[in-house]
Design a protein around this ligand. Structure first.
Ligand SMILES: [Zn+2]
Ligand SMILES: [Zn+2]
Length: 294
């Protein structure tokens, strides 16, 4: 299992390049796309009179009736990544700011290792307001924001020319270990997955993946430590539906890609024919600096 990723084949290169050659959508997903705007709820103004809404990131009052959790300013700061690795969705340096990011197809790491997942779709870079939002949705009290961001990711995926929801049979969230589940009773990846799946009209399978051990928090670890800590940390329930299934795994943040790889490896080992990843944010930091200096 430790070297399982070596057994997975790369996507067929010509088809893969053809599929993803079109530029990533760069529009702000809520305001500039009329089909994405949420309908106003008739009772909202009355509720706001009693409980005025404030932005969960900056605590300023929310005045727009169609917004739920973020003020205009914070929302405008969370935008889709413009230039990213075509395999793992890591943000790449844009043209003129280092290497030739606009024409580069794969990041430093994807040129050197094989992933068990076929492709990752990450909505935004983990920095600024997006990073604050990603940290907020880890708190059960911010579940409404997680719901909203899940819908955003689902709607954004549909705006990508090379993304087709019909190519997936099931959505599977990255699970928590059962001990964490009992203590916290909330999993932001599951909330995101449910809302992504609702937008894409794909059934969710919450219990197929499970954690075989309690891993430490990944936030302060190096890439090598992250990979080591999550190796063989997922199990997969053997379900009849899983055989040859095409699965979209949903997580809140992809950083080193190690968790996504292990989850995808477990699903493929249990019979899934194809696993892709969708996430709200893609980690940058030392990972991206490595790419930038490459
Ligand atoms: Zn705000
Ligand atoms: Zn990559």
């Amino acid at each position: 299992m430790r070297h399982l990723h070596r057994t997975f084949s790369e996507p067929e290169e010509s088809r893969f390049d053809q599929e993803i050659a079109s530029p990533m959508q760069t529009q702000s997903i809520r305001r500039k796309s009329p089909e994405i705007k949420r309908p106003r709820r008739w009772y909202r103004p009355f509720v706001d009179l009693v409980y005025p809404r404030i932005c969960v990131l900056c605590a300023k009052p929310i005045v727009e009736l169609d917004l739920e959790s973020l003020c205009d300013h914070c929302e405008s700061q969370i935008t889709p990544t413009t230039v990213s690795c075509l395999r793992c969705s890591a943000p790449l340096p844009v043209a003129g700011l280092g290497t030739s990011g606009a024409t580069k197809k794969k990041c430093y790491y994807c040129e050197r290792r094989k992933w068990a997942f076929r492709k990752a779709y990450c909505y935004t870079a983990y920095s600024g307001a997006a990073a604050r939002a990603a940290r907020k949705i880890k708190q059960p009290s911010c579940e409404p924001l997680a719901i909203e961001l899940g819908k955003h990711v689902g709607l954004w995926l549909q705006t990508l020319e090379h993304f087709d929801a019909k190519q997936y049979d099931f959505v599977v969230p990255i699970p928590q270990h059962w001990i964490r589940r009992v203590i916290v009773r909330y999993n932001q990846a599951e909330v995101l997955a449910e809302n992504v799946a609702r937008e894409l009209e794909i059934p969710v399978r919450r219990n197929w993946l499970y954690r075989t051990r309690l891993t430490d928090k990944q936030g302060t670890k190096t890439i090598v430590e992250r990979r080591t800590s999550v190796t063989d940390s997922f199990g997969c329930k053997l379900a009849g539906e899983l055989k040859s299934a095409r699965i979209l795994v949903v997580d809140d943040i992809v950083t080193s890609g190690a968790t996504a790889h292990e989850a995808a490896a477990s699903l493929r080992k249990s019979g899934a024919s194809q696993v892709d990843i969708a996430a709200f944010a893609r980690g940058v930091g030392s990972f991206n600096r490595k790419i930038a200096t490459h």
